[in-house]
Each structure stands twice: as structure tokens, then as C-alpha cells.
Design a protein around this ligand. Structure first.
Ligand SMILES: [Zn+2]
Length: 99
């Protein structure tokens, strides 16, 4: 199966996966990404935060959705991240799919 590039109606850039683009790439969700990134300071150690943020967009999206993608964190950190990511993902999708 090959993925075809699609055009984002928000930013006019092309993407292969709309969910990945809406969460990790689209400028329309940039402020939500910044808020989420800042909130990680209260949850993760600096090196844990950097290892999560340095994932590519696809791996990062999967990680935020709770997939077993490295870096693996201690269980408490994982629960906190999931709690924050669901709010973050909801905010991104709400912004991305709004008119
Ligand atoms: Zn876009």
C-alpha cells in the first residue's frame, strides 16, 4: 500500500497522514504543541522530555496515542503523559478541523 500525498486546507502543505500532520506538523496547531511541550516540564525529566520530543512525526504521534514506541518511561510518567496527550490531541483536532 502506498500513501498518497494530500494537501492541507489549513496551511497548503502536503502530507501523507492527516492525523500526523494535524498533531505534529501543521502550523494551525502550533500553539497547542507549544503548550503541550511546556507542560512536559512538570511531568518528565529533561532528558526524558528531549527523547520524546526528538521522535519523528509518525513515531511521535504513535507515542502520544500510547503505542509502545521508545523511549519507554516509568509507568507513572506514561500515565501522566497519556492524560496530557488526550487533551492535547483533542485540542489539535478541534483546531485542525474547525473552519
Ligand atoms: Zn497543515
Amino acid at each position: 500500500m502506498t500513501l498518497e500525498n494530500q494537501l492541507c486546507s489549513k496551511c497548503d502543505s502536503t502530507f501523507e497522514d492527516e492525523l500526523v500532520h494535524g498533531i505534529c506538523e501543521c502550523p494551525s496547531t502550533y500553539s497547542a504543541r507549544i503548550q503541550f511541550t511546556d507542560s512536559l516540564d512538570n511531568i518528565l525529566l529533561p532528558d526524558e522530555k528531549q527523547s520524546v520530543l526528538h521522535l519523528d512525526s509518525v513515531s511521535h504521534t504513535l507515542r502520544l496515542l500510547g503505542a509502545p514506541v521508545e523511549p519507554f518511561l516509568v509507568l507513572d510518567s506514561d500515565f501522566f503523559i497519556l492524560k496530557h496527550t488526550f487533551a492535547f490531541i483533542f485540542r489539535c483536532l478541534q483546531t485542525y478541523f474547525s473552519n
